[in-house]
Design a protein around this ligand. Structure first.
Ligand code: 13P
Ligand code: SF4
Length: 369
């Protein structure tokens, strides 16, 4: 795990090394599902599609989940997206049941925005190291100690933490929202991802105190090995998700959300890309790349790391066709959000969605002009 020296004072008191070690151990203990053979896959795929139709349900999948789940979502009128688009889609859909293939905070956001709909997770136990790193009691104390600061939290947090915030952001909109708040002269608290916070602070000049959480997947990318890879493939463009450490971000040609990285593969002229984000993204990225472009995984710490360091989120990997069929056949545990928590949490989420809609309308207007 890397610590940018000049920022240590911000988060050293928010989360202990022992707590970070405990979370990394949890991630390393997750058992990923075994691969299916072609026949098993086809049977489960058809069964899941039939059950989704029967229940007027849509599958909303993140780019990091299993290829089969992404393909199923696309074939059955569902959606595959980054966390911002997942929130938007769930909101717009008229299905009775939203089934979320991703991690817990994504299902909670769907439920907060759609309290009248039933929301099920493909895998109830799929969580996120950032969410785990930011318990509401300690986070509230931190906010209470800095009452002059607006509270900006990443979507990868619990409903309670969102309810304590002024703004929720995803990586697709964080820079714009923090720039907007900084232009208004606001001082900020940022939680929970230290690397994303550090990147945004550097880009915007925001006065921002950072929480100390990390993503167990992106924290494993290594600049030394990436530098070597760049030398081996000097023509390659480097695409990096901003949850990665600062020295890895510094080597990037493009830094952005999962959607931004997919778009970069589509629009950049290069024939080769080194990708520093969860390898689940390769399903949609390959489509964006077409046949002429090569995609390579960026190097991680590998053997010796506390997380299994395979470039794949262990909790995203828990989502499988088998689990989906089981949940649709037997009914999983619905996502439930306490009423008062929901009423508070919806405000900063809606604020983000309204901001995103206004930004996109401005961009469309600009393109037409
Ligand atoms: P995106 O918002 O870019 O989809 O990222 C979500 C996430 O969990 C990345 O690790
Ligand atoms: Fe959380 Fe990292 Fe997994 Fe994304 S990849 S869900 S940030 S642990």
């Amino acid at each position: 795990m890397s610590y940018p020296d000049n920022n240590t004072e911000d988060y050293s008191s928010t989360i202990s090394q022992a707590e970070l070690n405990r979370i990394e151990k949890l991630a390393a203990e997750v058992t990923c599902p075994l691969p299916l053979d072609a026949t098993q896959r086809d049977v489960l795929f058809q069964r899941a599609a039939a059950l989704l139709a029967e229940k007027n349900a849509v599958l909303v999948a993140h780019y990091y989940v299993d290829d089969d789940l992404q393909a199923l979502a696309l074939e059955t009128g569902g959606h595959v997206a980054d966390s911002l688009e997942m929130a938007r889609f769930g909101h717009a859909s008229d299905a009775d049941l939203l089934v979320v293939a991703g991690v817990r905070f994504m299902g909670e956001t769907a439920k907060i925005l759609n309290p009248e709909k039933r929301v099920l997770m493909v895998e109830d136990d799929a969580t996120c190291s950032l969410d785990l790193s930011c318990p509401i009691d300690r986070f509230s104390q931190f906010c209470d100690a800095h009452p002059d600061r607006k509270v900006v939290v990443y979507a990868n947090t619990s409903a309670e933490v969102k309810a304590r915030s002024d703004w929720v952001v995803t990586s697709g909109i964080a820079l714009d929202i923090v720039s907007h708040l900084t232009a208004r002269g606001e001082k900020l608290i940022w939680a929970p991802d230290r690397h994303l916070g550090d990147y945004i602070r550097e880009q915007t000049g925001a006065d921002m105190l950072l929480w100390g959480g990390i993503c167990v997947v992106h924290d494993e990318y290594r600049s030394h090995e990436l530098q070597e890879m760049k030398q081996r493939y000097p023509d390659a463009k480097v695409l990096v998700h901003p949850e990665s450490p600062r020295d890895v971000i510094k080597l990037a040609d493009v830094v952005g959300s999962t959607t931004a990285l997919i778009n970069a593969v589509k629009t950049l002229e290069a024939r080769r890309f080194i990708v520093a984000t969860d390898r689940g993204i390769f399903f949609k990225m390959r489509e964006a790349a077409g046949s002429g472009k090569e995609l390579l995984e960026a190097p991680t710490k590998g053997v010796g790391a506390t997380c299994t360091s395979c470039g794949h989120c262990p909790w995203m990997a828990m989502n499988s066709l088998e689990r989906l069929v089981d949940v649709l056949e037997h009914g999983g545990r619905e996502v439930v959000i306490d009423g008062p928590v929901r009423e508070k949490a919806v405000i900063p989420i809606q604020r983000m969605l309204d901001f995103a809609a206004a930004r996109d309308a401005r961009l469309r207007g600009g393109n037409l002009a």
